[in-house]
Design a protein around this ligand. Structure first.
Ligand code: ADP
Ligand code: MG
Length: 422
């Protein structure tokens, strides 16, 4: 379906034209009408499928058709995603009288005032992280009664980050007469529960949920921890000059040293994590988007929602914490019908965890063994590294020599697969 067929306000259609979009994505097509009609919607679709516009477009049209003194509250898990969503809104709303503002904190003194003014001015789109919004809501100026639309974007991530109570508190202050939308790329039992609590008789649109996007060429590379840095540099050097990669690494303390290693090998890289100052996080992301770096090393802070045009590759430097994290991390590439590569570097002890991710997602990712130049080689064994079930032990049986305390040994050099976890 094309955007012309939607009967959009000309101001919105013109903006869509400037964005260069011609056809709606599947999630956009299926949720447009129900949202426009005022229904609550649960929208589930894979990463990069255009969920942002799927809620921004019908809500903008609806505000223009009904009452532009009403507003939309978009709750978003991270500051970066809030900024990105607001940027997309700024483009979409350019020719309309509607405005969008972010509320996500930051250390500069002006931020709180700017956010306060946005609430006082009853700006039509407020894109907020829950904690910071609550800080404003404790003040008298925060009159939430004009916010008749609520969007929970990347709801699963917000729950992961412990925002459940914050979200509930915020919702209590919103008018009861409102429309609720919940969008996510993954559907966990917790999201289901949140959806049941918040959405009223929702229309559920679910497209290939919790599956990696189809344009992603996935690959596992088996490599010992000691060889990962070198393999990463080798992989990045093989990319075309204009191609970029995000490297995910769960361990914050490794980020700087990884960047140093890459820099030493002549690869321009920077890192981003929640510990950086907000201004630095934004500066790094902007520099990466303008192609000043080949690689951006990041914690899972970047895994959700962040959209970097034409990102060629994602590297999982370590096994992602969960199946959903895997889907979201690799979903930073191959966005909107594009293709991309996602490689996961696995050391022996990470194999069992990855095997579980494959099982839960119902996928099988091709595996290759890194060459001997990257250190000891080993083969794929889905049971290696498996956690042993803890059996209750009698107190007397615990001794320093207890087999449960024995260290896991890495597999032997050579190609024979390790047989057992220990
Ligand atoms: P999601 O939230 O589902 O992960 P986004 O909303 O971030 O995905 O959109 C992914 C990318 O697709 C963005 O770069 C966005 O600009 C682009 N996009 C969205 N809708 C369309 C469309 N209808 N046509 C072309 N590109 C689109
Ligand atoms: Mg999104």
């Amino acid at each position: 379906m094309t955007f012309e067929e939607l009967n959009l306000k000309p101001e919105l259609l013109e903006a869509i034209g400037y964005m260069g979009y011609s056809r709606l994505t599947e999630i956009q097509e299926k949720t447009y009408q129900p949202i426009l009609e005022g229904r609550d919607v649960l929208g589930l679709a894979s990463t990069g499928s255009g969920k942002t516009l799927a809620f921004c477009l019908p809500l903008s049209q609806r505000l223009l058709e009904t009452n532009i003194n009403h507003g939309v509250l978009i709750l978003s898990p991270t500051r970066e995603l809030s900024i990105q969503t607001a940027n997309q809104l700024h483009g979409l709303l350019y020719f309309t009288p509607l405005h969008a503002e972010t509320i996500y904190g930051g250390n500069d003194a002006g931020a709180f005032d700017r956010e306060k003014r946005a609430l006082e001015a009853k700006v039509q789109f407020i894109v907020a992280t829950p904690g910071r919004l609550l800080a404003h809501m404790r003040n008298a100026y925060a009159d939430m009664s004009y916010l008749r639309y609520l969007v929970l974007d990347e709801a699963d991530k917000m729950l992961d980050m412990g925002f459940y109570d914050d979200i509930k508190q915020i919702i209590e202050r919103l008018p009861a007469d409102r429309q609720n939308l919940l969008f996510s790329a993954t559907m966990s039992p917790r999201i289901r529960k949140l959806a049941v609590e918040i959405l009223r008789n929702p229309v559920e649109v679910s497209i290939a949920v919790a599956k990696p996007a189809t344009g992603i060429q996935q690959q596992v590379v088996l490599v010992q921890d000691e060889g990962k840095g070198r393999y990463l540099a080798h992989f990045l050097k093989k990319l075309k000059p204009e191609e970029q990669a995000i490297v995910f690494c769960s361990k914050k303390k490794l980020l700087q040293s990884l960047v140093n290693r890459l820099n030493n090998k002549g690869i321009r890289a920077a890192y981003i994590s929640s510990e950086l100052e907000q201004a630095d996080r934004e500066a790094v992301l902007t520099a990466f988007k303008s192609k000043q770096y080949k690689a951006l090393v990041a914690t899972d802070v970047l895994a959700r929602g962040i959209d970097i045009a034409d990102l060629a590759a994602v590297v999982n430097y370590d096994v992602p914490p969960s199946p959903d994290d895997y889907v979201h991390r690799i979903g930073r590439t191959a966005r909107h019908n594009k293709t991309g590569v996602a490689i996961t570097l696995l050391s022996p002890l990470e194999m069992a965890k990855f095997a579980l991710i494959e099982k839960k997602l119902g996928i099988k990712v091709p595996k290759v063994t890194a060459g001997t130049e990257f250190g000891e080689t080993f083969e794929w064994n889905p049971n290696f590294g498996k956690k042993q079930k803890k059996r209750p032990l009698k107190k007397t049986s615990i001794s320093p020599e207890s087999p449960l305390k024995a260290k896991k040994k890495p597999p032997k050099r050579g190609s024979s697969a390790p047989k057992q976890a220990d």
